[in-house]
Design a protein around this ligand. Structure first.
Ligand code: SAM
Ligand code: SF4
Length: 399
């Protein structure tokens, strides 16, 4: 598939999208001080003094400019600067990045602009300046408040730094998220209660809580830590839902909890099968056109990415999502939302008629995994607990 040839993407096809979905922008900053043993994100170790800030910013702008024809005339609803550790970039660099984006894109009024930050001392001191640069929402990667667990996870920060960073985030930002992980090696239910209660004591608008997963090609895959048994993990999830609900946060997605008005608009757009342009090393995009939906992936290795982006050619792969795969890809995202989605959204986002999922929907209803009325489809509590079973009903061969 040609790199960014708009005529190629606009040519006739069998899908009929009546309108294009909301568009988000993801920017990947691929470096960290130290690689965590559980992490399979595209992140690479780098000392902060050696960070090629300016060259990377130039590459990002070149990357964006090459992609502009594909999003011509559309405004960007949300921006997410993720990593890696974006807070390794100085506030001046983030300011330059956001100014560069504003000069090249139409940004919606009150657009949510999130930056991921790690809780280190020098990073905490930058929060205020990130806000001045235009960041509206901080996402702080806490993972745990327990010094022993933090060490097991290979994190570079400790409990005191986690507490300091959150106190600062809560003071500086109107809305912020914190990431926690649970089902950690040796973790007890009582320990998890303390973790959640500590997180909640900062009154975050948003909490993301992930079950630790062992990903292929990580240090943990090679040297697996003691697993937490399934019954304990299920009790942990019940505890998380109960404690967060008690503090006014609703579990609106599998791993996301938010107070009213603090749902992450950027991630919500992913789960509603919206569009996103991803720039930066290894970034993924999903872009819709009148007759097709396309996925792209940028080159993963940072130095190759920079060279190629500067030469106007940062793509590693691009492909069109086939008619047969589209329903499953839509459902893979939409079923993660506790509140479900409107029937019309399926047609709007896939350009396909509802009839293509009618059989699978009926099966899901019969198995008690989904409910629907004339307007909405939502997973049942059981469907949410057995999400893989629910999603697999929409696999191409069974849909
Ligand atoms: C892109 S990562 C990085 C954010 C930031 N660099 C950090 O580590 O704090 C986003 C989140 O994914 C979660 N995560 C990463 N690897 C995970 C794994 N193997 N299992 C569960 N959660 C994971 C962590 O909570 C992390 O904060
Ligand atoms: S700091 Fe975050 S992105 Fe970097 S290696 Fe650790 S989990 Fe991955």
């Amino acid at each position: 598939m040609p790199q960014h040839d708009i005529a190629y993407y606009m040519r006739p096809g069998t899908l009929q999208l009546g309108s294009l979905p909301p568009l988000s922008l993801y920017i990947h900053l691929p470096w960290c001080l130290k690689k965590c043993p559980y992490c399979d994100f595209n992140s690479h170790e780098m000392r902060s003094a050696e960070l090629p800030e300016q060259r990377y910013l130039d590459a990002l702008m070149a990357d964006l400019e090459s992609a502009l024809p594909l999003i011509w005339g559309r405004s960007v609803q949300t921006i997410f600067i993720g990593g890696g550790t974006p807070s390794l970039f100085s506030p001046q660099a983030i300011d330059q990045l956001l100014s560069g984006l504003r000069a090249r894109l139409r940004l919606a009024a009150n657009a949510e602009i999130t930056l991921e930050a790690n809780p280190g001392t020098f990073e905490k001191d930058r929060f205020r300046a990130y806000r001045s640069a235009g960041v509206t929402r901080l996402s702080v990667g806490i993972q745990s408040f327990d010094d022993v667990l933090l060490q097991t996870l290979g994190r570079v920060h400790n409990r005191a730094q986690a507490l300091d960073a959150l106190a600062e985030a809560a003071t500086v930002f109107d809305t912020f998220n914190l990431d926690l992980m649970y089902a950690l090696p040796g973790q007890t239910l009582a320990q998890l209660r303390t973790e959640v209660d500590t997180a909640l004591s900062f009154a975050p608008g948003h909490l993301s809580i992930y079950h630790l997963t062992i990903e292929p090609n990580t240090v943990f895959a090679k040297y697996p830590p003691a697993p937490v048994d399934d019954d304990l993990a299920a009790d942990m999830l019940d505890l998380l839902t109960e404690r967060t609900a008690g503090a006014g946060l609703q579990r609106y997605e599998v791993s996301a909890y938010a107070q009213a008005g603090h749902v992450c608009q950027h991630n919500l757009n992913y789960w509603q099968f919206g569009d996103y342009l991803g720039i930066g090393a290894g970034a993924h995009s999903k872009l819709s056109f009148a007759h097709r939906v396309v996925r792209q992936v940028r080159l993963r290795e940072p130095s190759r990415y920079m060279t190629q982006a500067l030469a106007g050619n940062a793509l590693a792969q691009a492909h069109e999502i086939s008619r047969t795969d589209l329903p499953f890809e839509f459902m893979l995202n939409a079923t993660r939302l506790a509140g479900g989605f409107e029937l019309a959204l399926f047609v709007e986002r896939t350009g396909l008629p509802m009839t293509v999922i009618a059989q699978a929907l009926e099966a899901a209803e019969q198995q008690g995994l989904m409910t629907r009325d004339l307007q909405w489809i939502r997973p049942t509590v059981r469907g949410f607990d057995f999400l893989n079973d629910l999603q697999s009903l929409f696999l191409p061969n069974t849909a």
